[in-house]
Design a protein around this ligand. Structure first.
Ligand SMILES: Cc1ncc(COP(=O)(O)OP(=O)(O)O)c(N)n1
Ligand SMILES: Cc1ncsc1CCOP(=O)(O)O
Ligand SMILES: [Mg+2]
Length: 308
């Protein structure tokens, strides 16, 4: 251990034990500085130091450290081999009176994220089970028109249509659901979130690590998206590609939700991504940039069905 200072001698040994058990699996990330604001608890400080060294950003390292402390208290002993994955140790599934969003299928299958309503129609007719309109524009009239056209385009196809960002237009047009990022969620007032929930539309939420998964859980969404798993050129990401080892850990923790993996996923990566236990893989370029998008969608749908 180099970057982090776990405080006491006991905490230092515990941090080394965590790194010895999990260092190889989570290798490849830039070590992060040890956060200064750690409570005086040996397990917490050891896990915080080890996770910082393993490259988890401070807010995520704190989540894991807190969970490791709770796990140790619950079990009556510190176990460096046991990476926390019990929802109760993270304070999940304890949302009191918050009602859940309407449910969606556990396995959303191939999930095509598409730039306009024409693409939505094409992929829905090609049999893609889940599609998202990700129409980026400041033109309110164009947005409303695209959302309405996308809803019309999936009629009779069986495809489930999520609308990215534009939740009011999605409600007005009668879409199946809405996909929101963390910033989109933060921008909603409590009343607006309640209005969206009461509409009966499903809600999917983007997450990029532990802290964001806990934030998403507080809204009790219909599904949770996790990424970017691999590097993507489509969107500037605030966090490093998470890789499949972290995806595995995230999927274990969030197993109560339908899960979607996204970011830089092409046909070759489908087996290792599916092995994490997610029920859906979302792609943009693997379809939109393919020479024959319908054929690409069919190949990807077949890959979704193959046992990992
Ligand atoms: C399935 C799925 N996952 C993640 C995203 C990203 O959403 P968001 O964080 O809101 O970013 P933008 O797509 O709005 O740029 C997504 N669209 N779909
Ligand atoms: C919208 C989005 N959110 C996280 S990664 C991403 C883009 C995924 O695109 P691609 O599948 O082409 O990498
Ligand atoms: Mg968004």
């Amino acid at each position: 251990m180099t970057a982090a200072a776990p405080h006491s001698c006991g905490a230092r040994r515990m941090a080394q034990a965590i790194a010895a058990h999990h260092g190889a699996r989570f290798a490849g990330f830039e070590p992060q500085p040890m956060p200064q604001d750690a409570p005086e608890d040996d397990v917490y400080r050891a896990a915080l130091a080890a996770c910082s060294e393993l490259g988890f950003i401070a807010i995520d390292a704190h989540c894991i450290a807190r969970a490791w402390q709770r796990q140790s208290e619950r079990q009556g002993a510190f176990d460096p081999a046991l990476w926390p994955a019990d929802p109760q140790d993270f304070g999940l599934a304890a949302q009191g009176d918050t009602p859940p969003f309407a449910p969606c299928p556990e396995r959303l299958g191939l999930y095509a994220v598409l730039p306009d309503a024409d693409w939505i129609g094409r992929m829905a007719r090609a049999g893609v089970p889940t599609v998202q309109l990700r129409f980026k524009s400041d033109d309110a009239a164009a947005i409303a028109q695209q959302v309405r056209a996308a809803v019309a385009a999936v009629q009779g196809t069986g495809a489930l249509l999520f609308i990215n960002d534009h939740w009011r237009e999605a409600i007005a047009a009668g879409a199946y659901g809405v996909h929101l990022g963390q910033e989109d969620l933060d921008a909603l007032t409590t009343q607006e979130l309640a209005e969206l929930r009461a509409s009966g539309l499903r809600l999917g939420v983007s997450t990029h690590g532990y802290a964001e998964m806990l934030r998403a859980d507080a809204a009790r969404p219909s599904y949770i998206a996790m990424g970017a798993v691999f590097p993507t050129t489509l969107k500037k990401m605030a966090t490093a590609p998470q890789g499949v080892a972290r995806l595995n850990a995230y999927a274990r923790l969030m197993r109560a939700y339908p899960l979607v993996a996204i970011g830089g996923i092409a046909l070759q990566q489908f087996p290792e991504v599916l092995a994490s236990g997610v029920g859906s893989i979302a792609v943009v370029r693997a379809i939109v940039n393919a020479p024959d998008p319908e054929a690409a969608a069919h190949t990807l749908m077949q890959a979704m069905e193959r046992p990992a």
